[in-house]
Structure formats: structure tokens, C-alpha cells
Design a protein around this ligand. Sequence first.
Ligand SMILES: C[S@@+](CC[C@H](N)C(=O)[O-])C[C@H]1O[C@@H](n2cnc3c(N)ncnc32)[C@H](O)[C@@H]1O
Length: 401
Amino acid sequence: MELACQQSKQQDPHEMLRSFETEVRQLSDTFTTERKEGFDAYQQQTSMLLAYGLFYFPQTFARVRYPLLELLAHRKWSPPLERPLRILDLGAGLGAASISFAHLFASHPTLQEIEITALDSSRQSLQYFRKLTKEQSAQWPNVSWDIRNADLRKTESWLPTSSPHWDLIIASFSLNEAFYGALDEQIKWTELVLTRALQKTGVFLILDPASQEKTHRFEQYRDHFADHARYHVWSPCLHEHPCPLRQEGKRQCHEVRQWEPPDSMTFLNRRLFRHITSLKYSFLALGKQPAPAFSQPEGQALFRMIAPLQNNKAHAQMTGCCTDGCKREFEWLKRCLDKPTQKQLVQLERGDIVHVTSLQEMSRDGYVRLQKDSSCTVVHPTPLVLKGKNADSAQSPDDAS
Ligand SMILES: C[S@@+](CC[C@H](N)C(=O)[O-])C[C@H]1O[C@@H](n2cnc3c(N)ncnc32)[C@H](O)[C@@H]1O
């Protein structure tokens, strides 16, 4: 906000926000309804970049935390503690993803130093990024920044010539621009980055817009690595089997997370009418080593919710992608639940990782039923334990991992 006020020479924040309404609308159209090659070169126009900062920076800042926290808390990925943590942000733009990570790791109890390298082909974006890190540096005293102008596709200009360097690589909403319509090239490039840039114990996190396209581009990308002998899928899948949604050919796997946008975004959205109270995105975390595997004890399941909860009159239904790579429908009759639990159930969101017990197979293929003695525990991101009317001591989700 301060930067936009300074640059637009507007003292009053509301006047400043009003002055960017046209650019925000243009950007929003560029990213959604009128997505096209080159993305209208918004990265080269100062006013468009400031509009990006006001409307999209906060979304990236909040969004990238979900997959990172999942890796740290649920997939047991840990940053190195004996030396600085090295992060690479590819297509960093104004730096929202790196700055979010800097914030998150600044309060980490055991991390010492953090070295962040950020690349982008837009000099104008990097100017603002540098300004932000300079002005706000007191917030992250243990972070050093190396912000470089480079084309991420031209790997010879930035890949290390000796051993792989980075522990965490992030590409947030940039590969879909850099490799627009060129998935094969993106796959080859990703293999090179994994081999040459990523430490053996590191992870490469890719976030992409959740699109309505029927091409299943992102799932194709994911399946390539799930099937690869040298690289492994860490998230969002709890398995490395072929993606069941891609096999069905109907829906794209993506996350939808409710959040509270800042007032400035709400103000800008007065006449834009975008759905700004949810963060929608696809993501993929890749590693060189396999992620810790999950077991699936008899009568239990651990799954990721890959559709919104269906809250019907007589039953609730969760669609899950399970640890064995199968998609299942988990049904819970309302008569198995007391009223407060029925109310709590609606808090479950697409993308939640859920552990359920005391399951009963149904005659319909792919359908499973929770019972009166079942429990349903959201393991990630917001812990929540729901129990059927007769479930006294629910099994812990740790029993399933
Ligand atoms: C939608 S913005 C995302 C910025 C930031 N990562 C975020 O999530 O807010 C896409 C960024 O990718 C950058 N980009 C696109 N193609 C690139 C390329 N070939 N090399 C480097 N950066 C690229 C653009 O300049 C732009 O800053």
C-alpha cells in the first residue's frame, strides 16, 4: 500500500486504490477470462505491476504457505539446521512467495540463516521487489537476498555449474506463463532443475492457477513425475499412482481455501465482483527422495479431499484421493452424528487431509460408509476431530502413518 501511494503520489489510500481499479480489472481479465500468450506484457508496465502488488501479492503471500506448511508439518520435510537454508524463487515477480517464506521461517525456532535467490525476466518487477526487501529488511534480519534478472528458461545463465545448491525451490504462478502451451518443454526443464539445482533432500514446489481447462495439463505434468524412477511426488497426492481424476477425465485436482482478504482487496473488488474470499490453485511438490509412505490399516483411510463436502439432508459425503491412489466416496449418515458434529462437518474443505476409522465397504464400487463408532480427523491444515455418536476413543491419525 505504502509503495503504491508513493509511486502514484496519492496520499489518501482510498483515492490511491480507486486510481488502480482499471489496471486491476485488466490484470484480472488477463489472468482469467482472456488468458493469452504473453499475458499482455503486464510485467513491463509500472501501473500494472502496482495493481498486481495490490490485488495479487496478498493472495500469493497467503497461498504459498499452505503447501509449505503441509510439507513441514504433515510430510515431515525439514530444512537443514546445520547450515543456511537456501531458497530459490523462479519467476518471483514482486517477491510475494519469497517474502512469505522469509516471514514464515524468520520465526522458525532452530533456523539460523536463510539465503533467498530470486529470478525474474521483468526488470521492473525486480526493482519493486528490491525496494520492498530494502525497506522491510528489519522484519527478516536473518535473511539475505540475491535478486537477479534472468530468463528462467535459459538455465545456462543461472543453474549451478557444480553441485545442486537449493533446499527449497518455488515457482508460483510463473511456469504457466514461461511455458505457455509447451508442457513437454516444461517437463524437460523441470527434470534439469531437479537434477542440477535441487539438493538431495530438497523439494521443488510448483503452484499453478486452477483452471477449468479440460486438458488436465497439470495432472499430466504430475503423472510424468509420479512415474519417474529418479523423482518423486511429495504433495498434494499421498501416493505415486496415476492421478485418478485425470483417468476419469472430468475434474482438475485443485485446492480451494477460505481466507480473509485484506481490506484493500475488498475495496478494489467493489465493482470487480471476483470471488476473493477463497484462494484457488493447483500445486505439486517434487523431491529427489521418496516422501515418507503411509500405511492403510484395515477399516481406516487417509485421504485428501478432492471435491467440496456434499452436505445432503440425510448424509454428508466426502470425495477422497486415498493413499493407495484410489478415489473413494466417504458417506456418513446424519443419524450417526449428534447435531453439533453435523454442524462442524461443514468446516471440511477441498484439500483437507482427513483420517477416518471404522469404515464399512458398501456394495457400490468406490463407496465407503462411516458409522456411529467412526471418527473423522482433519490432519491438515486445521486440526479437527469429529466423532460418531458411539465413538468414545477414536484411533489417532498417527496409527495410519
Ligand atoms: C503471475 S506472476 C507471479 C509472480 C509471483 N511468483 C507471484 O506468485 O506473485 C508471473 C511472473 O513470472 C515471470 N516470468 C514469466 N516468464 C518468465 C521467464 N521466462 N523467466 C523469468 N520470469 C518469467 C513474470 O515476469 C512474472 O513476474
